[in-house]
Design a protein around this ligand. Structure first.
Ligand SMILES: *Cc1c(COP(=O)(O)O)cnc(C)c1O
Length: 365
């Protein structure tokens, strides 16, 4: 048996540490997870009161293309249903894009550092990976454009970027799209779009109306609080959607996920509440960081990359013993940083206290 070379070289994805594992290993009962950008307010009440019911349907396959949910999303983002594709999480769509557009000899351009799945799925196809360093935590679109060649198939843009939380603004993306050649697909991963409050954030759905080169990825895992259901969607020109449908597994989204997402969409009050609470939580954390003279990237998402001045793993381990799971920057390309998901007011306070204890121990404050 000989696996493909490029598969042997692909790293196995390292997720944030699960709650259950930390409780077991450290014998803790109270653990707070601020590691995977999940929603600390859970999900809309609509999901469990109306969405996840009808156990009698369990033996039956769902509708593969999820027409009801597709219709509802189209209405919500004001586009045509033919421009929407659902995935088993956005992660699945990222992989489908690689399957459809990449192969050995072709290449995909991405930031260094960004969401690790782009690199992994590119590698799985045997295509070349072109990494363009972030400039002060932001995508460097000028340099990404310079690196495009005849074999470039995809440019991955994570907006806001994970792990830095920075955004590419409307003017920058529009002028980038005007200059790049027509054979390149630009993937705008907008997993955190609903959290953004910046006035210059691009309206990608409107861009897609007249630009078949752009695809937007959105998810129900983050602000909608449905990560365990695994459901996300892509918005693109119908010609791109039709290609993705060719590699889509027949029943890629299950009936409970479809129904949960449908009901979650109807509760925009919940979404608004989470966005506002997130902004307040962000302020709560950044104002303390400023008092401590610690730097961070300005984030439009529900997480923040904090430059601690100490090994990220050390900070991570210290916080873990206090029952707080964050993400060490060491696996994210920022060895002396930590990435922290914004929690509830109380969770943020507990994080700040535990972090303060670490900084005191090190003589930083
Ligand atoms: C969380 C995340 C996703 C994955 O979302 P799923 O829909 O849960 O697969 C995609 N892109 C980025 C940048 C993310 O942070």
């Amino acid at each position: 048996m000989s696996p493909n070379e490029w598969i042997k070289d692909t790293a196995i994805y390292q997720p944030g540490k699960p709650l259950e594992e930390v409780k077991r290993e450290l014998g803790l009962t109270e653990v707070i997870k601020m590691a995977s950008n999940e929603n600390p307010w859970g999900c809309s009440k609509e999901v469990w009161s109306k969405g996840v019911s009808h156990p009698e349907d369990t033996p039956f396959y769902p509708e593969g293309a999820a027409p009801d949910l597709t219709e509802k999303i189209a209405e919500h983002i004001e586009t045509d249903p033919s421009r929407i594709l659902l995935g088993n999480g956005t992660d699945e769509i990222v992989k489908m894009l690689a399957q459809v557009y990449l192969k050995p000899g072709k290449n995909a351009i991405m930031a260094d550092f960004t969401f690790p799945r782009y690199e992994m799925v590119t590698k799985m196809t045997g295509a070349d990976i072109v990494k363009v360093p972030l400039s002060d935590g932001c995508h460097d679109l000028k340099e990404m454009e310079n690196r495009i060649n005849a074999d470039t198939q995809i440019v991955w843009i994570c907006n806001p970027n994970n792990p830095t939380g920075t955004i590419v603004d409307r003017v920058t993306i529009e002028s980038f799209l005007e200059r790049i050649p027509p054979h390149v697909l630009v993937v705008m991963d907008e997993a955190y779009q609903e959290y953004v409050t910046h006035p210059d954030y691009p309206d990608t759905i409107a861009l897609i109306d007249y630009n078949p080169q752009v695809i937007a990825l959105r998810t129900f895992s983050k602000i909608y609080g449905l990560a365990s259901f695994r459901i996300g969607y892509a918005v693109a020109h119908p010609s791109v959607i039709q290609m993705l449908n060719r590699v889509r597994d027949p029943f890629n989204t299950n009936r409970y996920a479809q129904s949960a997402a449908l009901h979650a969409l109807t509760d925009q009050t919940f979404v608004l509440y989470c966005r506002n609470q997130n902004r307040l939580g962000m302020k709560q954390i950044t104002s303390q960081l400023e008092k401590w003279d610690l730097s961070y990237y300005p984030s439009q998402a529900n997480f923040i990359l904090i430059h601690t001045g100490f090994a990220g793993d050390d900070v991570f381990n210290h916080l873990l013993r206090a029952g707080i799971i964050v993400r060490s920057g060491q696996v994210l390309g920022y060895p002396t940083s930590i990435r922290v998901t914004i929690g509830t007011k109380e969770q943020n306070e507990l994080f700040l206290q535990a972090f303060a204890a670490f900084l005191k121990e090190k003589g930083k404050i």
